[in-house]
Design a protein around this ligand. Structure first.
Ligand SMILES: Cc1ncc(COP(=O)(O)O)c(C=O)c1O
Length: 266
């Protein structure tokens, strides 16, 4: 087959080994896995009860109507500013698909979440990175310096994985105001629910006033639903409409949608 040139350098995703695999491999009885940031407490009792009474012969609600309504109220945003993914990782794939061509580049911090890199590479785009300092800080202005006319996206993970470092709200606001309008700023807030520092806040309230800003969130971490695969993006409706064009129909299962509603209400 004549595969696309950009695929040749891409490595398949390497998931952390399961506890069972490690037990078998090393003959251990007890293993505690911390590599994938899964919720050790599991889903809530009400989610577990819901899962024991399911109809699975009907396609999911393609518009995720009920969760959309509840989440929009919870986040104080318009319903048309939301799109759901099979995990937020699927939305990273969709964003890359609608924005990146071979000549383009993205900018992100290193170390960081691997999908920003792999999805850009699959599109044939290149990745420019900024390194953390030895005290785990990094200068957002240095990120601005990396911007060139081929830059299409900037990913900032706040808090970051795997470092746990955060960028405060004032610095984020300043940074966002300096990025040219034609470059999409993706703030990945997969871990925002865990933040206790009052100076660090979600960028969701800034999305209305900044058309080139979007925020990724997930139900995998704080809500404990990683196996069900559900995450979302908050963005202006123009971005959402373009994402809808590449979204796989019924990409979020009924079980995931309903469990997210239950978890959100709890
Ligand atoms: C920073 C970051 N973003 C996104 C994800 C993907 O989460 P999801 O389970 O919603 O695909 C992860 C998962 O580890 C992550 O660490």
């Amino acid at each position: 087959m004549n595969y696309r040139e950009s695929i040749s350098e891409v490595k398949p995703y390497l998931p952390g080994k399961s506890e069972e695999e490690i037990k078998r491999q090393y003959g251990l009885e007890k293993v505690v896995k911390i590599a994938s940031n899964e919720n050790p407490y599991g889903a809530t009792p009400k989610v577990k009860e819901y899962l024991s009474n399911l109809d699975i012969n009907i396609y999911p609600d393609n518009y995720v109507t009920s969760l959309r309504e509840k989440l929009a109220t919870f986040l104080n945003i318009k319903e048309n500013m939301l799109l759901f993914g099979n995990g937020s990782v699927e939305i990273i794939q969709m964003l890359s698909r609608i924005l990146l061509d071979e000549k383009d580049n993205i900018i992100t911090q290193i170390p960081s979440f691997s999908s920003y890199f792999s999805e850009a590479m699959i599109q044939g785009a290149s990745v420019k990175t900024i390194k953390y300092n030895s005290n785990f800080s990094f200068d957002l202005d240095n990120m601005l310096n990396l911007i060139d006319k081929e830059t299409k996206m900037i990913y900032i993970t706040n808090p970051n994985n795997p470092l746990g470092t955060c960028i405060n709200y004032i610095d984020m606001k300043n940074f966002i105001s300096k990025v040219p309008d034609n470059i999409l700023i993706v703030v990945d807030e997969a871990y925002m629910e865990f933040v206790r520092d009052e100076n660090v806040k979600s960028c969701i309230p800034l999305v209305n006033d900044n058309k080139n800003l979007c925020v990724l969130r997930t139900f995998s971490k704080a809500y404990g639903l990683a196996a069900l695969r559900i995450g979302y993006i908050v963005a202006n409706n123009e971005i959402i409409e373009n994402l809808e064009k590449v979204r796989v129909p019924f990409n979020v299962s009924t079980i995931a949608q309903n469990s997210a509603i239950i978890a959100l209400e709890e």
